[in-house]
Write a protein that binds this ligand. Structure first.
Ligand code: SF4
Length: 274
């Protein structure tokens, strides 16, 4: 009796498409991801990066509106988890009425709360503005102290706020690490760190002395407008050819802005040598 022929079973084809990899998340303060042990750049490469930023924007400025050290301090305190545009909208009227701690106390917490109600955490922030103003009058004669420790003792004022005020108003070469700067420092690997303080310390070591005053502005602005969280705009990047980020977009050519900026630097060098 012949054996019944059985059809060989077909192997089930493996699914053709692999499950999509989850999109790589940009480093953030809450989720820094894998952090490099050291910078991806040598000292001279770091120097070149800051030279590009300087040539592109020699006098960068913060985007918060203020009229004196006190209004700057208040504006920075209000800017936590809020946009600079939103803070400026809220402080326009507030600072017209109160640009000193004394005037702010006279205005009172309820009125301050009313003025800033369009920005996040406005109740806590209004309370802190009043407490901070009281403390400035009590401990510093109504003046903003030019001292990190004293600034950090004020209600609502943390290290980042103190660094912004010391840098912008008093001209210290401090680095205020916000969400944009933290992401950029880790993404391009110029000052990797697990926490904002780690990044600040790494940048203090890495930034060439002559660029210390403006370094934090350049990095914040670059992170905010070019090397954005979801998708960096590499086509508009002045440091494209210097950048070693694995997230750098592969372009057919170096963007014009980077070439023009590099050219401006070498023209300046040729001029000063002649
Ligand atoms: S080249 Fe792209 S990834 Fe690198 S710093 Fe510029 S925008 Fe960011």
């Amino acid at each position: 009796m012949s054996e019944a022929k059985t059809k060989p079973r077909r192997k089930r084809a493996a699914p053709s498409s692999k499950p999509a990899k989850p999109a790589k998340r940009a480093p953030s303060v809450d989720n820094p991801g894998k952090v490099l042990k050291r910078s991806r750049y040598s000292r001279s490469e770091t120097y070149d990066i800051f030279r590009r930023f300087h040539a592109d924007n020699p006098e960068p400025e913060g985007e918060l509106d203020y009229t004196n050290a006190y209004t700057l301090l208040v504006a920075v305190l209000l800017s936590a988890q809020a946009t600079d545009v939103g803070v400026n909208r809220a402080t326009k009227n507030l600072f017209r009425m109160a640009d000193t701690p004394q005037k702010m106390l006279a205005l009172g917490e309820d009125r301050v709360r009313e003025e800033i109600r369009t920005i996040g955490l406005f109740k806590t922030k209004a309370r802190n503005v009043i407490l901070m103003s009281e403390q400035l009058i009590r401990d510093h004669g109504g003046e903003v102290p030019e001292d990190r420790e004293a600034l950090e003792k004020l209600p609502g004022v943390g290290r980042k706020t103190a660094n912004v005020v010391l840098n912008i108003f008093f001209g210290h070469p401090t680095i205020a690490v916000d969400t944009h700067l933290f992401r950029l420092a880790n993404r391009i690997g110029i000052a990797p760190g697990k926490t904002p303080l780690d990044v600040e310390k790494a940048l203090e070591k890495a930034v060439p002395r002559e660029f210390g005053q403006h370094a934090h502005h350049w990095l914040i602005l670059h992170g905010r407008y070019i090397c954005k969280a979801r998708k960096p705009e590499c086509k508009r990047c002045v440091i494209y050819d210097l950048c070693r980020s694995p997230e750098r977009e592969k372009l057919d050519a170096i963007p014009d802005i980077a070439l023009r900026t590099a050219q401006r630097i070498s023209d300046g060098e040729a001029l000063s040598a002649s």
